[in-house]
Design a protein around this ligand. Structure first.
Ligand code: NAD
Length: 352
């Protein structure tokens, strides 16, 4: 047997088709009376319908959420929340919208109710990120962990299949790295394997029929599990590489995760054989890194960094940043193999 410390993070999770209908009751259960409903501009209509369900408990819709939570966006939203007398925030959207809720909660300590509409998993973590002068500062604070999370698969039906696929692969990356985390534990490993299994099956279902409720439910269930893993254990090389590539070269978040994951897993495979076995078993293959890349290909996802806008001439710089302040990793971080990994990810070559 091995040693571990397991600390559960408190949140109330409601998972059901139609669970959004209980939003008002959930706000009241937190002792709140005026909920500001947060969203991005394209999700305004979805947020308006949530505000309608809240009735008198709504303090209106605020559609100012933006990718990576720029500090100016956070300040404006905090002022608005104060001006309308909000005593809680209902975040309807993906990681960007939930991130805005977290930025408000960090300052005011008002509770967040998250209604996730992607598979990114931010709703299950106490991690926040705010971008100032082009640099994303992240931190951990239990005040930003949503108190209540409502998973209603109906709300993800409008997420285009292409975005769903990369969002789901982003979630799989949390679980995969959770399986070799330094602070991992058996509960998180069980959740990680089940999360990968559910997402792989659900995503394949979506590529046949993007509106299939069962596939949508399976994906969202997987996203909950993978997000929980992300919230409980530390991430390693893969997340550091994606953070570097996304932050410094402005690459799209979920696509970057999808492309890099097979290569980061191949790098770590010799140091984490048990994790590879579990990932492989979850997707029914013997070679986990190659299996993950083949899954992405089968789902029609991008598999090379050059296809999402990274220049080959940026690879040396990307390697330098990835090597600075590295996260803990099961295999030591070495320049030459990391540079080779980036080259393969750029070309879309097979992982090795
Ligand atoms: P996102 O929130 O930026 O959403 C992408 C786009 O999809 C937005 O325009 C959004 O309005 C739209 N969208 C979302 N759901 C939709 C739906 N159901 N139908 C139609 N359109 C929809 O993307 P994301 O991948 O969810 O989040 C990425 C951000 O979240 C990144 O900044 C990342 O760093 C952060 N993140 C943070 C954590 C954390 O723990 N703090 C975890 C994961 C991701």
């Amino acid at each position: 047997m091995f040693d571990f410390t397991y600390i559960a993070q408190p949140s109330r999770v409601i998972f059901a088709v139609g669970s959004l209908n209980s939003i008002r009751q959930e706000v009241e259960m937190l002792g709140c009376k005026r909920a500001i409903v947060l969203c991005t501009p394209p999700q305004r209509q979805q947020a308006e319908s949530v505000a309608a369900l809240l009735g008198e408990a709504s303090a209106g819709v605020y559609d100012g959420a933006e990718m990576h939570v720029p500090i100016e966006v956070a300040r404006k939203a905090r002022e608005h929340a104060k001006a309308v007398g909000a005593d809680c925030a209902v975040a309807v959207g993906g990681g960007s919208t939930i991130g805005l809720g977290k930025a408000i909660a960090l300052e005011s300590s008002i509770p967040i109710l998250a209604v996730p509409t992607t598979y990114a998993g931010s709703e299950m973590t106490p991690v926040y990120g705010i971008t100032e002068a082009g640099v994303k500062r992240t931190g951990k604070d239990l005040r930003v962990l949503p108190k209540t999370v409502i998973y209603d698969p109906r709300l993800t039906a409008s997420l285009p299949v292409g975005m769903s696929v990369v969002s789901g692969m982003n979630a799989i990356a949390h679980a995969a790295e959770g399986l070799y985390a330094r602070d991992g534990n058996p509960v998180m490993s069980l959740m990680a394997v089940e999360g990968i299994r559910a997402l792989a099956g659900g995503l394949l279902g979506l590529t046949n029929d993007g509106a299939d409720v069962d596939s949508r439910a399976q994906c969202l269930y997987g996203a909950w599990l993978c997000g929980t893993v992300l919230g409980h254990v530390g991430m390693a090389l893969h997340h550091k590489l994606c953070h570097t590539l996304g932050g410094s070269f402005n690459l799209p978040h979920a696509e970057t995760h999808t492309i890099v994951l097979p290569h980061a897993l191949a790098y770590n495979a010799p140091a984490a054989p048990e994790a590879m076995e579990k990932i492989g078993a979850a997707i029914h293959v013997t070679d986990a890194p190659l299996g993950i890349q083949r899954l992405a290909q089968r789902l029609g996802a991008p598999t090379s960094l050059k296809d999402i806008g990274l220049k080959e001439s940026d690879l040396d710089h990307a390697c330098d940043i990835a090597l600075s302040n590295p996260y803990w990793n099961p295999r030591p971080i070495e320049r030459q193999p990391i540079r080779a990994l980036l080259q393969r990810a750029w070309e879309g070559a097979a992982p090795q």
